[in-house]
Design a protein around this ligand. Structure first.
Ligand SMILES: Nc1nc2c(ncn2[C@@H]2O[C@H](COP(=O)(O)OP(=O)(O)OP(=O)(O)O)[C@@H](O)[C@H]2O)c(=O)[nH]1
Length: 304
């Protein structure tokens, strides 16, 4: 299955409601525009973005006399595409690079680290994983499995250790082995817990200080927030809090396959002006895709 087909399959649930208005909505009249706005809100795009998008599309339809479902779908996809920010760098392929994965519990951080390590190793980037989730024993085991599968070393310490010390260790290994990509998994935490966010800020600071002193030259450090799309509008609160505490560089949006709330990607990208770097549309390695705003919006609204 091609990338676009698996993206379309992954966004099936988010697309269902949009399909309904285009297929069963009949004429493009006042109720069509109301249904469109409601559907966008229900898809967790956020009321203000849904309203802006609907108003812009309504103007465009009037100006250009767009009346067919096909024309309107294409125009909707184009308008949605405008909400996304293009990343300045892709920290997973532009090396050297140190990436810290942060997010709430169960967002998909460990799985994402594993999938990115596999892809990097496959494309010949010398990679090392740091397991700084010293809180959840299963996370260390999970990373070990991913590391073995990908042939990527995993640096870890026993459960309960200081996560910042793992970041130090993994950068020591990267320096010694000449690794170009360092992927660090951190423990899940609630964005509403000030204490846990402070602890994470310390981990990020320690990593930045150590990475600046790498013998082969400073390694840039990126903070990537992993958000489970199914959390809907709560994903926006997560992004705001993590960004305020740590300064987030980019987003990985997981589990888009299991939800009708695909619109959250737009809410986060547009409110925080943060780029989406990868999206998860399933549990397999190949289901973590590079984010392509054009393809995403077309798949989301069912345009060709
Ligand atoms: N369907 C689907 N499942 C996913 C995706 N990404 C991750 N998962 C699943 O989500 C579950 C949780 O993922 P983890 O990677 O363990 O989450 P985590 O953020 O590391 O969890 P904590 O360490 O507890 O914070 C696992 O069962 C993954 O297989 C995705 O894109 N689609």
């Amino acid at each position: 299955m091609g990338l676009f087909d698996s993206l379309k399959r992954g966004l099936e649930r988010s697309r269902e409601a949009i399909n309904e208005i285009f297929y069963f909505g009949g004429d493009v009249d006042e109720s069509f525009w109301e249904d469109l706005e409601d559907t966008l809100v229900m898809g967790d795009m956020g009321a203000d973005i849904a309203m802006d998008v609907t108003d812009d599309l309504r103007d465009l339809a009037a100006r250009k006399n767009l009346t067919s479902a096909r024309q309107l779908r294409d125009a909707l996809a184009d308008r949605l595409e405008e909400t996304f920010t293009t990343p300045k760098v892709d920290p997973f392929t532009t090396t050297p690079s140190v990436v810290l994965f942060v997010g709430i519990n169960g967002a998909g951080k460990t799985t994402t680290v594993g999938k990115i390590a596999s892809a990097a190793a496959k494309s010949g980037i010398k990679t090392v994983i740091g397991s700084a989730d010293t809180f959840r024993a299963a996370a260390i085991e999970q990373l070990d499995v991913w590391g073995q599968r990908a042939g990527v070393p995993v640096v870890k310490r026993e459960r309960g250790s200081d996560p910042a010390s793992v970041c130090y260790d993994v950068l020591d290994v990267a320096e010694r082995e000449g690794s170009q990509l360092v992927l660090i998994d951190t423990a899940g935490r609630l964005h509403t817990s000030a204490e846990l966010m402070r602890e994470l800020a310390k981990v990020v600071n320690v990593t930045r200080k150590r990475a600046a002193k790498c013998a082969g030259g400073p390694m840039p450090v990126y903070v990537v927030l992993v958000i489970d799309a199914a959390t809907g509008q709560n994903g926006l609160s997560q992004a705001l809090e993590f960004n305020e505490s740590l300064g987030v560089d980019g987003i990985v949006m997981t589990k888009l396959d299991g939800t009708a709330k695909g619109g959250i990607a737009m809410a986060v990208a547009s409110k925080l002006k943060l780029p989406i770097l990868r999206i998860g549309v399933g549990e397999q390695v190949e289901d973590l895709q590079p984010f392509d705003a054009h393809a995403f919006c077309r798949a989301l609204v069912g345009a060709e």
